[in-house]
Design a protein around this ligand. Structure first.
Ligand SMILES: N[C@@H](CCC(=O)N[C@@H](CS)C(=O)NCC(=O)O)C(=O)O
Length: 203
């Protein structure tokens, strides 16, 4: 049985929960309470040496890093979230890099300020706004051509973006995304999946 040590509110845990839902994989979730700093406990740091969530255990096999966990879970389930065609797979990796390097850090600045109420320097928020404008434009150009980031089917690329969108849409970053109709249509499409509602406790 797959065991996840994470928090269902955390963006990184949600990528993994969504991958588990999409691959129909049974699992046990042990909630790590960040407000009680359980992620810094010795027991958790043994699983995740940076003291963050999530961590995974599968019958004695242990790993951390949410994006790597998603790839492992899809491989183990022989899932379809990673394309088998080399070019499509390369494009999935390209989009996951875009999420990691261009989107999630900028989205998190808005999430810190407006969701977690951790005030950000105005210059930091302005830089994040500019970064999100570019990322949304680049996504929109792709999503004008295909319903998902890598063609006709949901892949791990879409899943990696989803947790950041979900929270950022509850902040003024929504106004940035709203200027991009194909991004908005994609968000409506992916966030309406029953698996996403399950992963985020909205089912
Ligand atoms: N690169 C890691 C990042 C994990 C991460 O930053 N997790 C956040 C929650 S989404 C966390 O544990 N934050 C608490 C902290 O860093 O102290 C991954 O993808 O798993």
């Amino acid at each position: 049985m797959i065991k996840i040590f994470g928090n269902p509110m955390s963006t990184c845990t949600r990528k993994v929960l969504m991958t588990l839902a999409e691959t129909n994989t049974p699992y046990e979730l042990t909630v790590v309470d960040l407000s009680k700093r359980e992620h810094k406990s010795d027991a958790h740091v043994r699983r995740q040496p940076f003291g963050r969530v999530p961590a995974l255990e599968d019958d004695g096999f242990e790993m951390f890093e949410s994006r790597a966990m998603c790839r492992y879970l899809n491989d183990k389930a022989s899932g379809t979230l990673v394309p088998s065609d080399p070019k499509a797979r390369a494009l999935m990796e390209q989009w996951i890099s875009v999420e990691t390097s261009e989107l999630s850090g900028n989205a998190m600045k808005f999430i810190y300020e407006y969701v977690m109420k951790r005030p950000q320097d105005p210059a930091v928020l302005e830089a994040a706004r500019a970064g999100l404008e570019t990322a949304a434009s680049v996504m929109d150009a792709q999503l004008a051509k295909t319903p998902f980031l890598v063609g006709a089917e949901l892949t791990l690329a879409d899943i990696c973006f989803m947790p950041y969108f979900d929270y950022a849409m509850a902040t003024p970053a929504k106004e940035i995304f709203a200027k991009h109709p194909h991004v908005m249509a994609w968000w409506a499409r992916v966030s309406d999946r029953a698996t996403w509602r399950k992963a985020t406790g909205k089912a």
